[in-house]
Design a protein around this ligand. Structure first.
Ligand code: GSH
Length: 223
């Protein structure tokens, strides 16, 4: 398999974690979003949405959208399950994942940032406030869902990592980079630390990727 990804991309982070959990060997092909390579003809031909990641299977099938790719890997690959085996648990995990990947993440993507900056002329300080606001709001809501819930265990749902932890890992990493403290979110912080202690998560961290800037790169990453 070939994973087209970008070191800082949260959606790529999600897929790298899932590939690692499933023990899938893959080739990583860097597409530099800062240099707008994802909008070049070659990548746009692969993924017309011009977003990362894309996973190209050995038979040439192109999969896009990280949550769809996670579902594919869970259904097609052996290894630890990414979803619980009962329907109510799956619904809870999918809801947590959707809060992060579908509601909060789109507000922080480069295309949205560029539109705010270049079309609406929102200055850098206001854009930083935007990122912090939407990230903190979502993580606060996740904390409310996790804290005290009977199904929350060592991880977001039970004692094994699921798609919810995969989504949470990326967004908490992003929150930390935005300078957001986790003090008001003790359950989120605990679950994040449990997830990042796993090699499958740590080796998928943005700063552990070969296309991360050399001055920032480190492996293993201890957040
Ligand atoms: N919902 C998509 C999000 C894809 C996405 O927006 N990826 C970002 C990187 S995390 C991207 O490629 N952005 C390019 C842009 O915003 O121009 C997924 O989960 O795969």
């Amino acid at each position: 398999m070939k994973l087209y990804s970008f070191w800082r991309s949260l959606a790529s982070f999600r897929v790298r974690i899932a590939l690692n959990i499933k023990g899938v060997v893959y080739e990583q092909i860097a597409v530099d979003v800062d240099r707008r390579e994802h909008r070049d003809g070659a990548y746009a031909a692969l993924n017309p949405q011009m977003a990362l990641p894309s996973l190209v299977l050995d038979d040439g099938t192109v999969l896009t959208q990280s949550l769809a790719i996670l579902d594919y890997l869970d259904e097609a690959c052996p290894g630890p399950a990414l979803l619980p085996d009962e329907a109510k648990g799956r619904a809870r995990v999918r809801a947590l994942a959707a809060m992060i990947a579908c509601d909060a993440h789109p507000l922080t993507t480069p295309r949205v940032q560029r539109y705010l900056a270049e079309v609406l002329h929102v200055d850098e300080a206001a854009r930083a406030a935007w990122l912090k606001h939407w990230t903190a709001e979502m993580l606060g809501a996740v904390e409310a869902q996790l804290a005290g819930h009977a199904a929350t265990g060592r991880f977001a749902h039970g004692d094994a990592p699921t798609t919810a932890d995969i989504c949470l890992a990326g967004h908490v990493t992003f929150a930390i980079n935005q300078g957001l403290g986790l003090g008001s979110m003790p359950t989120v912080q605990r679950v994040f630390e449990a997830a990042m202690a796993l090699p499958a998560f740590a080796s998928a961290h943005p700063l552990a990727q070969p296309d991360a800037p050399a001055a920032m790169r480190r492996n293993p990453v201890v957040p």
